[in-house]
Write a protein that binds this ligand. Structure first.
Ligand code: LLP
Length: 433
């Protein structure tokens, strides 16, 4: 699971680099990514779906560090962006525009213009109003806009309520009736090239079934329209992202398992495939390293391990009650293969029940609640695993905390790919009085 993060002689390594030594030079909190893990996960999903020859558009929101985007671009990836800022990042590293797709329910006119001026491949359109706006802006620029209609298939992806997107009450995508109406009226949008259909159900998804159910529903609609000669078919089918990773160490389905069930249904569309994985590629390719600042035991109450990483560094536990494994960087207690929420793991050394918390002034600033944890001392380093996706990208300066640095390991080589912010950075764009 954490193949590129392993303990050797009681010390955590990222690839061939000793995490304590890396931190000795850089301090905490720090995100550490494994370059070869990123590449291996990209290759795994690409190879699993190879038969369908998809364009794999890495979902930039999962991790938008320029160096990481460049690694993936060099490996052949395209990119899924959802804002002008993300588009700016991928253009900055020289990604060919015909490998960029742009999703999101609220693209502003400025963002649409910026994307059209840079000739991106297509927009994943999420409403009639947006389609009309893209058409109008394309007309004013004398350009043609490639679009895919993002359909909301009203399917339960069986994931966290805050990260499901394909139910009809969610803000994402266009319902079937409106999709049909748009397709029938497509000639009225003079500067639009309708290139494809897009479906994204939510994230993380642990089973191929929701994808298959959603694609069947979409295919039924399209076949009906094709048979009644309302349309001819589409060149591209974008099946979005959502492919799960293991946060606990338990085996979860891998891209090959998803491909086995998804590819047959995608063949019915007779279209080229686009995919938008984010979490699968970077999630288990990164850790967040923190230092224990204080230990605090309340009489008759809980023991708190107070560390220097907080909800502003990794918000997933606070926001979604997400489970991230945490273990000391240097420890004689073996990290168990599997660790489940609320269960004492099976391991050789002594464990105690603690809350691992940050210094932010919110009770929800918790990285782990009621966690069985090896006995640690103040000053010790701890690693929060599976933090490579939606970790740094969701971080903030709350409580005026400078954001962590990001470090990349390739074999033994460590490079700083984003320096730690300073107090001066915090105020650099503010006015004093
Ligand atoms: N495509 C679209 C249109 C999306 O909205 C997303 C994620 C993806 C692709 C990539 O999904 P992935 O392969 O990474 O699962 N902050 C949450 C996850 C939010 C996902 C938002 N959209 C978390 O930390 O779990």
């Amino acid at each position: 699971m954490f193949d590129f993060f392993q303990y050797k002689n009681n010390e955590l390594f990222c690839e061939d680099a000793n995490v304590s030594e890396i931190i000795g030079a850089e301090n905490t909190p720090a995100y550490i990514y494994s370059k070869n893990s990123i590449l291996q996960h990209y290759t795994e999903i690409r190879d699993a779906f190879a038969e369908a020859r998809p364009l794999i558009c890495f979902s930039v929101k999962a991790n938008s560090n320029l160096t990481i985007l460049k690694i993936l671009a060099d490996a052949g990836a395209g990119f899924d962006v959802v804002s002008g800022g993300e588009l700016f990042r991928v253009l900055k590293i020289g990604v060919p525009p015909d490998k960029i797709v742009f999703a999101g329910v609220g693209k502003t006119s400025e963002e649409i213009r910026y994307a059209l001026e840079n000739n991106i491949f297509m927009f994943d359109v999420e409403s009639e109003a947006e389609l009309l706006n893209i058409d109008t802006i394309a007309n004013s620029l004398n350009k043609r806009a490639g679009v895919a209609l993002r359909i909301n298939p009203d399917i339960d992806a069986k994931t966290h309520a805050k990260t499901t997107t394909g139910k009809k009450e969610n803000k994402f995508g266009i319902d079937f009736e409106t999709t049909e109406k748009i397709i029938k009226e497509i000639e009225t949008y003079k500067n639009i090239d309708l290139k494809g259909i897009h479906v994204h159900l939510g994230s993380p998804i642990y089973d191929p079934e929701p994808y298959v159910l959603a694609l069947k529903k979409v295919n039924d609609l399209l076949q009906r329209l094709i048979q009644s000669r309302k349309m001819q078919g589409f060149e591209y089918l974008n099946i979005g992202g959502g492919y799960c990773i293991s946060y606990t160490g338990e085996a979860v389905k891998r891209p090959a398992d998803f491909a086995r069930d998804i590819i047959p249904i995608t063949k019915k569309f007779n279209a080229k495939l686009i995919m938008e994985p984010g979490r699968f590629i970077v999630g288990n390719s990164g850790i967040l390293v923190s230092k224990v600042t204080y230990l605090k035991s309340s009489t008759g109450g809980k023991k708190h391990v107070i560390c220097d990483a907080a909800m502003n560094d990794l918000i997933r536990p606070s926001l979604y009650d997400a489970f991230h494994r945490i273990w000391p960087v240097h420890t004689s207690v073996s990290m168990p293969e599997i660790e489940l929420p609320d269960k004492k793991p099976d391991t050789d050394g002594e464990l105690e029940l603690v809350d691992i918390v940050g210094p932010v002034c919110e009770s929800s600033d918790v990285l782990a609640k009621d966690r069985w944890f090896p006995l640690v001392k103040e000053g010790e380093l701890i690693a929060v695993f599976s933090s490579g996706a939606y970790g740094f990208t969701m971080s903030s300066n709350y409580n005026s905390r400078p954001r962590a640095c990001e470090l990349l390991v390739d074999g033994r080589t460590v490079s700083t790919i984003r320096r730690r912010e300073t107090y001066e950075d915090l105020i650099a764009i503010e006015k004093e009085g």
